[in-house]
Write a protein that binds this ligand. Structure first.
Ligand SMILES: Cc1cc2nc3c(=O)[nH]c(=O)nc-3n(C[C@H](O)[C@H](O)[C@H](O)COP(=O)(O)OP(=O)(O)OC[C@H]3O[C@@H](n4cnc5c(N)ncnc54)[C@H](O)[C@@H]3O)c2cc1C
Length: 421
């Protein structure tokens, strides 16, 4: 009998498994063959993720080979730039996330944790005093508590246990490799977030600039993987606004692209008797910016901390006891979520106004130091429960002041509503 079985070895599942295995007998199950390969991901890792990552990983340059110094909230009209040197420390780091996942798994195993890769969990059976997990190959494992960290690929499983399913869209990205000299020449930022409703009405086109490689793609629509890929290749080859960044970078027709769901908006409950849900499976991804790593790390940390006491006191992990997990996730993350929800409502809901608004926002970032400072502070805040929503409202007011008069007349009710989020 395991204390905990974790299904899913993305950032949420592995960081929980690593922390929990310090005090609990833990099994980590993943459907992909991680012993052969952990898929490469180059991610933005804002400084506000730091409280949830142990120093031994945070200070490892093979995981975080580049500081996150400058962002580019690019519109059709201009590059909206924020450089951290204006305010002090970097905005965070760029992660080669597969290295972080590998190192967390290695430490998990060192601490006695067991892994089962290339194994899809097909069925879960509830018994009165334990939970049975049955793999696709028919093997059965028992646990006192089940942790679902299945991202957006395990919805049937969480539905079968009575959990809700978050709203989800499709996203696509590809890894492109290039000499450091070319990357330094083409990119003076590490993160580009570009809104264009012709690309997507639900998310950005992005560049995440790593070491010797970039990840680029877009988030947000419901096309098929082939349509997503064809569009991404067309954008990378032909879209004028980004051609300067692609200069000298070879783009192969057969380039492998990874498409998958991206969730947003939390489900109503993250725990039931003997089961909790972490990260993206619970819809814990900020709206608008799609920060899933923050939420995966935070929910894993909160769960691992809370469960230690319950396990020690021989708890039966009733939903009444696990409700503390839901409450703590809400306390830590949901104040900050209001920012993403308001931005989503302002920028994504109507394509006719989103271009005007995003053009004004990029320009505002370039011209207003206080706006840059507030965006900087949100990136580096080490306790997001103290995120200052008054600052967000102040930026909203400034944005309204700068949009064209004709847009003001139609958009003021929208602004008024966004301010109340
Ligand atoms: C294109 C793109 C770019 C992104 N960029 C960023 C970024 O720069 N910064 C950021 O913060 N966030 C980013 N995100 C979001 C972030 O990557 C995710 O929200 C986060 O990684 C989710 O982590 P997770 O562990 O909850 O789920 P996942 O990483 O999805 O892990 C779930 C795992 O569960 C496994 N699984 C599912 N079902 C089963 C089953 N039945 N049996 C066994 N295993 C199963 C899956 O194989 C998978 O490995 C991005 C998302 C996308 C799509």
């Amino acid at each position: 009998m395991y204390d905990f079985i974790v299904i899913g070895a993305g950032i949420s599942g592995v960081s929980f498994a690593y922390k929990a295995s310090k005090y609990a007998k833990t099994l980590l199950i993943e459907s992909q063959d991680y012993d052969r390969e952990i898929p490469e991901r180059t991610n933005i890792f804002a400084e506000h993720n730091k409280p949830f990552v142990d120093d031994v990983f945070w200070n490892d340059d093979s995981i975080f080979p580049r500081p996150f110094l400058q962002l580019n909230y690019k519109s059709e009209k201009c590059d909206g730039l924020l450089h951290s040197k204006e305010f002090g420390a970097p905005l965070g780091k760029i992660s080669h996330t597969e290295v972080l996942i590998k190192k967390l798994i290695d430490k998990f195993r060192d601490q006695g944790g067991k892994t089962l890769f290339n194994e899809n969990v097909a069925k879960i059976v509830r018994h009165t005093d334990y939970i049975e997990v049955i793999s696709g190959k028919g093997e059965s494992f028992s646990t006192k508590l089940l942790v679902l960290a299945t991202g957006s690929r395990g919805f049937p499983l969480q539905k079968s246990l009575g959990f809700g399913v978050p709203e989800s869209y499709m996203g696509i990205y590809t890894n492109i490799y290039a000499d450091e000299a070319i990357l330094n020449e083409n990119f003076n930022f590490q993160y580009m977030f570009h809104l264009n409703p012709n690309i997507s009405q639900n998310g950005p086109f992005f560049f995440n600039v790593g070491k010797g490689r970039i990840a680029t793609g877009y988030l947000g629509n419901r096309e098929s993987p082939t349509e997503l890929k064809n569009k991404l290749i067309r954008i990378l080859r032909n879209y004028q606004k980004i051609q300067p960044f692609m200069k000298g970078i070879k783009l192969d027709e057969s380039i492998p692209c990874i498409s998958g769901g991206i969730s947003k908006h939390p489900i109503s409950s993250f725990s039931k008797d003997r089961v909790i849900v972490l990260g993206e499976a619970a819809g814990l991804v900020t709206a608008f910016f799609y920060e899933g790593i923050l939420c995966g790390l935070a929910s894993a940390d909160i769960a691992a901390t809370m469960l230690e006491g319950l396990l020690a006191s021989n708890s039966n992990f009733s939903s009444a006891e696990l409700k503390k997990y839901d409450a703590e996730v809400a306390r830590v993350l949901f104040t900050y979520f209001r920012n993403g929800n308001a931005c989503e409502y302002l920028f994504y809901t109507e394509s006719s106004s989103s271009k005007t608004l995003w053009n004004s926002y990029s320009n505002l970032l370039n011209t207003n130091k206080t706006v840059r400072q507030y965006v900087y502070e949100a990136h580096i805040n080490q306790d997001l429960s103290t995120h200052n929503t008054d600052n967000d409202r102040w930026v909203g007011e400034r944005l309204f002041a700068t949009i064209p008069v004709i847009s003001k007349m139609t958009l003021w009710p929208k602004f008024l509503k966004a301010m109340s989020f």
